[in-house]
Design a protein around this ligand. Sequence first.
Ligand code: B12
Ligand code: SF4
Length: 465
Amino acid sequence: MPYGSGCTMLFMGFRWSTGDQANIKKQDLTPRCYRWAIEFAEAVKDQAKTPIVFGGHLPSHMGADFLRHVTPCDMVAIGDAELTVVELTKALSRGWNALRTLPGIIYRDGNRIRETGPPLMPSDLDDLPWPVRAELHGAIGTARILTARGCPYRCSFCTTPQFYGRQVRYRSVDNVVAEMQHLHDVYGVSYFPINDDIFIVGSSASVKRAKRLANSIRACLPNIEFRPLCRADVFLRHPDLVPPLKGAGMTCVFLGLESANKEDLLYLRKDVSPAQNTMVLKMLSSQHVSVMTGFIMFTGMSSFRSLRANLDFLFATGQLYRTTAIARTSLGFPGTRLFADMQERGFDLERSTPFVLYPEFLDNRVRQLSIAMEENEIAFAPIDQRILVARLALERVKWQCGDTDSRWQKGQPILDDIASVFYSATLRIFEMAERGAEARKLSHHFQQIRPQMESLRDRLERSLR
Ligand code: B12
Ligand code: SF4
């Protein structure tokens, strides 16, 4: 991207591809993209002879520490970086000293690390140009879109409150719908996962905006679908939101439920109860909206009793169809409350890195399970992904064509089988862990269901034909 004065910037993003599983180091599996970005920077540093800049949540929260740990990194752009990078290219063309007056960066200056304070923020998100989407040519009709930034809630595992200061900034409804229309007309996009930190907050302004957005999408783009990230309690407080959103194409919601245990939800500062989680699942199901759940199986409070409650909840609510739900451990990313708490009270030294802390479990047997399930999530990722896609397609069939449709009739029992196989395999390793089995043995045992899962996945996909 040339910016005049002979200064060129190359922006690189890293995507997680399940094909790279073999290269993932055990202790560093979750923030994979960062590890790859760091390794890439290390590999090109000598030949590149150009400043290497990192940005995003992790470097922004780690600040000077990021530069200390990531030696090829010359600079971090903090927070919203659209304005910073433009000014950065101009400053670099004037020389390194010009960086001193550029807000929003942390950079190396000889042996020193300098910080220049908060970044320039776009005050109105509508002023930002839409992202270039050339990669969507010939793609599969899906594009992620952002309608707002920030969240006022305070979940302890989440970096957003610190990143954006618990403020929400919205794009206008017209601007969002115009971008969706453009993506639809130019690239044939008809499915939009919405990347907002949180799509609707409880305020009446946010609820009204969601309804206006729904009306506008329905009027301008009657045949598209979208999937926002939401909290359960918002739909309980505003049940009248579901019909207009559903009518506009919200066939699926990603709900951050996190746990079925009161203690875990308190630890995670989710400010939602298990009963509310269950109620909202029932409500959305009765209105024919599919749900993908964000779930944190293991927290620093986990016991065999709480893990069993989580497993039973996922099974009973139809959310046990992929390992992700039963695999995640609550991680302390820099910038989160959990990170600060773990630094104060202790964390699992062996599993943690400077970029992410793992909780110290009260019971070492639970720790072994957490390690095993992390391995299992990676091993099952390619299977899980396809089951997820097939499950969502099957639910759409049921809601569009009714539950007598032959595809649903064939597919639904397979989904039940998938849940049963996951349920019994997980129960089995819970029992083994309780008797003291080590992580390697637990994951090995769990992975014995892999051929069965692959066959169920294939049958599920065939049921849709
Ligand atoms: C979509 C999404 C995903 C998708 C990604 C799919 C895709 N192809 O895009 C999936 C589901 C795969 C995913 C997975 C995970 N995610 Co995620 N995800 C998001 C989400 C919701 C949207 C990202 C986005 O598009 N943001 C919009 C853009 C505009 O904002 P931005 O990315 O922050 O970028 C701005 C600045 O940060 C900066 N910037 C960003 N990158 C760079 C780079 C440079 C060089 C520069 C100069 C500036 C810069 O400039 C941008 C413009 O201002 C964010 C939350 C959020 N709303 O941001 C979480 C988020 C990024 N995810 C998060 C996490 C924790 C994860 C997982 C680790 C979850 C897990 N436990 O497994 C995994 C990690 C996977 C991996 N590969 O590493 C955290 C990251 C925290 C952290 N410390 O890094 C976030 C912030 C959620 C949160 N608040 O906690 N995720
Ligand atoms: S997890 Fe969701 S609701 Fe909680 S603070 Fe983060 S963005 Fe907000």
